[in-house]
Design a protein around this ligand. Structure first.
Ligand code: SAH
Length: 250
C-alpha cells in the first residue's frame, strides 16, 4: 500500500482528509482510483489507513479507516554528522541512511570538505528534503529524518551529544577499537540512554588536528577495519554496525 507523509495529523477514524497535496502523485504516477486505500503518515510516528473518496486536480479527499503507531522507528536516535561530499554521494548517504534508520542528518564543513561554504550547501536543502521524504516513505519509516543546518567542524564538536563515535582510517599510535566492539564491550547502555553521534569524513578524510580536537572532546576514535572505505561506504557501514549493535536491525 502506498505511503505518504501528510501534515495535519494525527487523524481520527471516519475523518475526511484533504489529500489534494498528493493528488498529482496519486493520479499521474500511481494511477490511483477512488476506493483505493493508502497509508497517511503524520511524521510523528502515527499512521492511518485511508480510502480515497475523491480524486481531482484541486480537490482530493480520503476517509480515515484505521489508526496505528508505526513500529519501525529505532529506539535509539542516531545523528549522522556527514562531512560534505560531491552531490550524488551525499544524496546516496541521505537515501541509504534513511532506509537504515538514521534519525538526524547534519552536513559538516571540515577542512577537506569539497563543498563549501554553508550557503552553497543550503541551496541543496529543498532537493535533499525530498530525497529524505521519498526514502522514508519507501522504507516505511514512521518519522521523517531531519536535516540540520550545515555546521563548521569546530561548531559541531561543541554541539554533538550522546555516545560520540568517530571512525578514522589512519593508523594512530594505538590500534583503534573496532566500532562494533566499542559499542558491544562498553558503550551499549550509554548509546541507548543518550543516543549516538556518528562523524564521517569527506572524500579527503580528516586532518590530524581535527581528530585530536574531537578526541579531546570525548569522541571515541574507532576503526571500520583495515580496508579504506569511501566516505559514502563508511557512512552506511558504520550506521549499520551501530544500529545492529543496538538491536535495531533484527
Ligand atoms: N584517507 C581516505 C579518505 C577518507 S575516507 C583515502 O585515502 O581515501 C572517508 C571517511 O570514511 C574517513 O574520514 C573516515 O571517517 C571513514 N573511513 C574510511 N575507511 C575507514 C576505516 N577503515 N576505518 C575507519 N574509518 C574509515
Amino acid at each position: 500500500m502506498h505511503r505518504f507523509f501528510l501534515t495535519g495529523g494525527p487523524f481520527h477514524i471516519g475523518q475526511r482528509v484533504d489529500i489534494t497535496l498528493i493528488s498529482k502523485q496519486l493520479t499521474s504516477v500511481l494511477r490511483a482510483q477512488p476506493g483505493d486505500e493508502i497509508t497517511l503518515l503524520d511524521g510523528e510516528g502515527n499512521a492511518s489507513t485511508a480510502s480515497i473518496t475523491s480524486l481531482s486536480k484541486n480537490n482530493s479527499t480520503a476517509r480515515i479507516l484505521e489508526q496505528y503507531v508505526v513500529q519501525t522507528e529505532p529506539k535509539t536516535a542516531l545523528t549522522l554528522y556527514q562531512c560534505t561530499l560531491k552531490a550524488d554521494k551525499f544524496e546516496w548517504v541521505l537515501q541509504k541512511g534513511t532506509e537504515l534508520g538514521v534519525t538526524h542528518f547534519v552536513p559538516i564543513i571540515s577542512t577537506r570538505s569539497i563543498v563549501r561554504p554553508a550557503s552553497k550547501v543550503l541551496q541543496k536543502y529543498e532537493r535533499w528534503r525530498r530525497i529524505l521524504q521519498e526514502a522514508a516513505e519507501q522504507s516505511g519509516r514512521g518519522r521523517l529524518p531531519t536535516l540540520g543546518e550545515p555546521l563548521l567542524f569546530n561548531a559541531m564538536l561543541d554541539i554533538a551529544t550522546g555516545l560520540k563515535l568517530l571512525p578514522w582510517e589512519e593508523k594512530s599510535q594505538e590500534k583503534n577499537a573496532a566500532l562494533g566492539d566499542m559499542i558491544h564491550d562498553n558503550m551499549k547502555r550509554t548509546a541507548e540512554r543518550d543516543g549516538v553521534s556518528l562523524l564521517i569524513g569527506s572524500e579527503g578524510g580528516f586532518e590530524a588536528n581535527e581528530i585530536d580536537a574531537a578526541h579531546e572532546r570525548g569522541w571515541q576514535i574507532v576503526s571500520l577495519g583495515p580496508r579504506i572505505l569511501r566516505a559514502e561506504t563508511a557512512a552506511l557501514a558504520a550506521t549499520a554496525i551501530v544500529l545492529d549493535q543496538l538491536d535495531e536491525m533484527g
